[in-house]
Design a protein around this ligand. Structure first.
Ligand code: CUA
Length: 354
């Protein structure tokens, strides 16, 4: 019996350690970096507080009853038998109802407030478009169309004619409205530090908005099991001060994607044209089968999770499926060393920030 108890305690300890092992603070809803995440964390705290209150009160009553009414040696009396009590039944029906109301009112209000503006924005954007097309893109709220693919993310800025992938650029201190969809299967768009997750469904558009308070790089994840490399379907949110963000928008708009500054890079551009361009646009404005590679040199990662350096890029191109199982991009194990070096020099020159 005692052995059994120790085993249970040991297991509980192991599970506690395992379950608290997710230590990346940028991937935690408990470390909010914007008003949406703040509001949602308040809801989480409220519900946890109510649950703790219930557990505490019930446990205390339980322990009290166990001790106070236990059978004592030599005492064979049968306690008073109670059957049906209007007072008690009213109390234990009323308390949960009150608790549920305390939980439900802010939850419903918050849920609606976080969903509401999408339609408001649609109308204000349309209204702005009637006046002057140029001003519409300047003054309307920032909209980003997110398309999830197995296993990467495409980000389109429809009012600016910009397409990028994997690194989502947003300005700080402003609501960014997302239109979320998917190309193949159901994925889920999640930036824990900025707010809750939302499914991306093929053929449907879900809407949400997020806002970042401070500049920084926030970790994003796919939060819906979507295939063998679901766990590697990461992305980054790069939040910039509004001025820096406008600069990024301007650089992206001007970017022509035909950059090859050295002779080797020029040779690499040819390798790219022969092998890669049917899936990867590089102009920063065209959606393509694979990620648009404009600015790939600036990206935080390769394939969403690998360090962005020359050696990793070569490994990735040669063995895509080994590094990201089930990926649609074919491997190129037979590219000559010279072609590979040239290709990588070309890719590393694809930078937006000068
Ligand atoms: Cu996409 Cu999981």
């Amino acid at each position: 019996m005692r052995q059994h108890l120790w085993r249970t305690i040991l297991l509980a300890l192991i599970f506690t350690l395992l379950l608290t092992g997710c230590g990346d603070p940028s991937l935690s809803a408990l470390n909010p970096q914007g008003p949406v995440a703040d509001t949602q964390l308040s809801l989480i705290k409220l519900s946890i507080f109510i649950m703790l209150l219930v557990i505490t009160v019930v446990t205390l009553i339980f322990i009290y009853v166990l001790i106070r009414f236990r059978q004592r040696p030599g005492d064979d009396r049968i306690p008073e038998q109670v059957e049906g009590s209007a007072v008690l039944e009213t109390i234990w029906t009323a308390i949960p109802i009150v608790l549920l109301i305390i939980l439900a009112v802010p939850t419903v209000m918050t849920t609606f407030s976080l969903a509401e503006p999408a339609t408001d924005v649609e109308t204000s954007a349309e209204a702005a478009e009637d006046e002057e097309a140029v001003e519409a893109s300047e003054e309307g709220p920032l909209r980003v169309k997110v398309t999830a693919y197995q296993f990467w993310w495409q980000f389109e800025y429809p009012d600016h004619g910009i397409v990028t992938a994997q690194d989502l650029y947003i300005p700080t201190g402003e609501k960014v409205y997302f239109e979320l969809t998917a190309e193949d299967v159901i994925h889920s768009f999640w930036v824990p530090a900025l707010g809750g997750k939302m499914d991306t469904n093929p053929g449907l558009v879900n809407e949400m908005f997020l806002e970042a308070d401070k500049p920084g790089v926030y970790q994003g994840k796919c939060a819906e099991l979507c295939g063998s490399s679901h766990a590697l379907m990461d992305f980054k949110v790069v939040a910039l001060e509004p001025e820096a963000f406008d600069q990024w928008l301007a650089s992206m708009s001007e970017y022509d994607g035909e950059k090859a500054e050295t002779e080797t890079a020029e040779q690499g551009r040819e390798v790219f044209a022969d092998n890669c361009i049917s899936c990867h646009a590089v102009d920063g404005e065209t959606p393509s089968l694979g990620p648009n590679l404009a600015g790939i040199a600036d990206r935080e990662t390769i394939a969403g999770y690998l360090p962005n350096d020359a050696q990793t890029m070569e490994d990735w191109i040669r063995h895509t499926d080994e590094l990201k199982e089930g990926v649609n991009m074919p491997s190129f194990p037979d590219l000559s060393g010279e072609d590979m070096d040239a290709l990588i020099e070309y890719l590393q020159g694809l930078t937006i920030s000068e």
